[in-house]
Design a protein around this ligand. Structure first.
Ligand code: 13P
Ligand code: SF4
Length: 347
């Protein structure tokens, strides 16, 4: 039963004490997040992983790329686990290293040594390693503007992997025109751009989040019509048109802070993952909060981490098994760590 599973988690947590650390991303299910020792967005969880030197076992309740980051930033003695290995991220899978090397060859032929690569943390360790090797850095949705400005201090143009929407929204916010942004299509291995090639400042990898792309201009129109006083707040993984028509846009933590800091009686339509939106709704009975898209689903891969998988993973640790370990190869981890540290130093 659920009660028995919950009791097992409590028992093992009690037994392992400080040797066990469970970070949980805001998009995780309630049945899992209730056992997290720390919750946060991807930046906060990366920072916590870098700081925590006590835990021998880090059971990451999030998706694969987050567990890889934790493994890269913790010591060799610390072990990182993902309770369900199928908990990937469709966006991270949209840029593989073969496609990226192939793109880089073409882009450096076109632009010479004038490009710096940046990657959203929602990418594989191999992509982070590629970016680290070429002098670039990772970004999260909470520091993307700062990192894009940093990149422009170093080079004239940048390649932004793998989320075109976060890349476009961020570049737009710091004053880059939409007509100065090209899209790199990794399938056709071609640049999608109709203007003068030398005017390109940002090359956006053609990837997206399958959850945040579901918020549409039509959703915004309906909310404005039904609730004219409602504030619309969205994550920058949403399309440019959606962000442009919203009142506010920012990372998971930005959304949480804005709604938590708003006075009683405020009303919000939120464009982000459903587990988080439902939690915000439950915690604010004094506010009117809805999802921007009434037919929205949670992130299916985040949802793969459930209570039975958490228990299974913890029981394996108790038995000394290395089931579900996430171990990034040393040569990949070294360069990936450079890219992550360039971000963490500035955050
Ligand atoms: P943040 O946690 O940085 O807001 O990212 C959202 C996300 O999609 C994580 O997968
Ligand atoms: Fe990936 Fe989007 Fe799910 Fe985040 S919400 S893990 S970006 S698919």
């Amino acid at each position: 039963t659920t009660e028995e599973l919950e009791e097992r988690v409590r028992e093992i947590k009690g037994k392992l004490g400080k040797k066990l650390f469970i970070p949980g991303h805001h998009y995780q299910k309630d049945e899992v997040i209730q056992f997290a020792d720390a919750t946060g967005d991807s930046l906060k969880l990366a920072q916590l992983s870098a700081e925590n030197k006590d835990a021998e076992h880090v059971v990451f309740c999030g998706v694969h790329f987050m567990a890889e980051i934790a493994d890269i930033l913790t010591t060799k003695e610390q072990k990182v686990y993902l309770p369900d290995m199928r908990a990937g991220c469709s966006m991270a899978d949209m840029a593989d290293i073969f496609q990226t090397e192939r793109a880089w060859n073409k882009l450096t032929e076109l632009f010479g040594d004038t490009i710096l690569p940046l990657t959203y943390v929602n990418s594989t360790a191999e992509i982070k390693s590629f970016v680290g090797k070429h002098g670039g850095a990772t970004v999260t949705s909470s520091n993307a503007e700062k990192m894009v400005r940093w990149a422009f201090e170093k080079k004239e143009r940048l390649l932004f992997l793998p989320d075109q929407h976060l890349g476009r929204n961020t570049a737009y916010n710091i004053g880059i025109g939409l007509d100065e942004m090209a899209v790199w299509n990794p399938i056709s291995n071609e640049l999608e751009f109709s203007g003068l090639i030398e005017e390109v400042k940002v090359i956006l990898w053609k990837g997206h989040c399958s959850v945040h792309e579901n918020f549409t201009v039509e959703n915004i129109r309906q909310v404005r019509e039904t609730y004219p006083d409602m504030k619309i707040i969205v994550h920058p993984e949403c399309r440019r048109e959606v962000v442009a028509l919203s009142d506010m846009a920012g990372s998971t933590n930005y959304i949480i802070d804005a709604i938590y800091g708003s006075p009683s009686g405020s009303s919000w339509a939120v464009g982000t993952e459903m587990n988080l939106v439902n939690r915000i709704i439950q915690e604010h009975p004094d506010k009117q909060i809805i999802s921007l898209n009434p037919h929205m689903c949670p992130c299916l891969t985040m949802n793969r981490i459930d209570l039975p998988h958490l228990v299974w993973c913890l029981e394996a640790i108790e038995l000394g098994s290395s089931h579900n370990r996430i171990e990034v190869d040393g040569h990949i981890a070294d360069n990936a760590k450079k890219a992550l540290n360039r971000m963490l130093e500035l955050s």
